[in-house]
Design a protein around this ligand. Structure first.
Ligand code: PLP
Length: 364
């Protein structure tokens, strides 16, 4: 079979999600659609019970464990329904009706998790940055001592803020890490649950990674439908029903790539360098301002506005002409957002920085 070729750099992809994947992963994924490991079958048509797929799933799970240094306390699951399903599934499995869960409100996604958790128990929003359109991360709040867990959103994709430190508390954490999972090392032991839709920093849409602490399960008394119980998916190794095999395969390729790069310490250092490159220009260039508080700036999604909004469309055109796509800000923030996930090469960040410099020179 002919090897498929993919153009080297198609576009500099700054979309927030679905988002850029490593070029090597795209090539391997394309190849496996044509023919998986010379098997004469496509990844799209093999059984989820086949030895080929079972080994893909096992490799994906063990790479997650290795990269995040996860021991036997936690189980790695590949689920469906997006991070949005985890908003209710987390509360359904971890919160009894009479119990209280604490939430930090850092934006639209936190809000959705709060709304769904309220269906299952008491919810206390212990801090919110709504007063400033979520342009910062609240710190120094009190958490009720009886809280079953504290729910956080570690990276706020829309506003470009990120928690650079985990909250100082002994209360178990539950976290939506959809847009910064695998961007840095992490102490998984502090979490009852970590969940992340794959399509920001891990793979294509279609699967959701869940990392569940096993000894915290089975503590709610309600009846939970079989598909919505973490125990079901643990027992059946993420294959209770047909799993999204292709999405899991592509996640596995990305996890291999992360390991080849040297693991999450190396990845975190690269991410810091890329973010510094972009934020330095945002701060240097008199035409632009960062949208998020400096100390809370996201290393994954850089949000910025033009000091003169009338120049926005001219800058957008110049960025598009330089093959930079997906830079439009979310409607609730406006301006621009450059998502620079793990797979974004530093060279592409340099391209947008050069466009900003050039635009500055032209307008200056
Ligand atoms: C994109 C995103 C979601 C929604 O994920 P789905 O998989 O589409 O449900 C939730 N939380 C955060 C932080 C996100 O960035």
């Amino acid at each position: 079979m002919e090897t498929l070729s993919v153009k080297k750099i198609k576009k500099h992809n700054f979309f927030a999600g679905p988002a850029i994947l490593p070029q090597q992963v795209i090539q391997q994924a394309a190849q496996a659609v044509a023919d998986l490991n010379g098997s004469g079958l496509s990844i799209l048509e093999i059984s989820h019970r086949s030895a080929d797929f079972v080994s893909i799933l096992e490799e994906a799970k063990s790479l997650v464990k290795e990269l995040l240094n996860i021991g036997d306390s936690h189980e790695v699951l590949f689920l469906t329904g997006g991070a949005s399903s985890q908003f209710y599934m987390s509360a359904m499995n971890f919160l009894n009706e009479h119990e209280t869960a604490a939430f930090v409100d850092t934006g639209a996604w936190s809000n959705k998790s709060i709304k769904e958790a309220k269906l299952f128990g008491n919810v206390e929003t212990v801090a919110s940055s709504k007063d400033k359109n979520y342009n910062y991360v609240p710190k120094g709040y009190d958490i009720p001592v009886n809280a079953k867990y504290l729910h956080i959103t570690t990276n706020n994709t829309i506003y470009g803020t990120q928690l650079h430190e985990l909250p100082k508390t002994d209360i178990p954490l539950i976290a939506d890490m959809s847009s910064d999972i695998f961007s840095r090392p992490l102490d998984v032991n502090r979490f009852s649950l970590i969940y992340a839709g794959a399509q920001k920093n891990l793979g294509p849409a279609g699967t959701t990674l869940a990392i569940v602490r096993k000894d915290r399960l089975g503590t709610v008394t309600r009846t939970i439908p079989t598909m919505l119980k973490y125990e079901t998916h643990i027992e059946k190794n993420s294959s209770f029903n047909t799993p999204p095999a292709y999405a899991i395969f592509v996640c596995m390729l990305t996890l291999r790539w992360l390991k080849e790069m040297g693991g999450l310490e190396v990845v975190a250092k690269r991410n810091q360098e890329k973010a510094d490159l972009l934020y330095n220009e945002i701060d240097r260039n008199p035409l632009f301002s960062g949208a998020a508080a400096k100390e809370d700036r996201s290393l994954m999604n850089a949000t910025f506005v033009m000091n003169n909004p009338e120049l926005e469309s001219a800058f957008a055109e110049m960025a598009a002409a330089a093959n930079c796509v997906g830079t439009k800000g979310h409607r609730s923030v406006g301006g621009f957002r450059a998502s620079i996930y793990n797979a974004m090469p530093k060279e592409s960040v340099q391209v947008i920085v050069d466009v900003m410099k050039e635009f500055g020179a032209k307008m200056g």
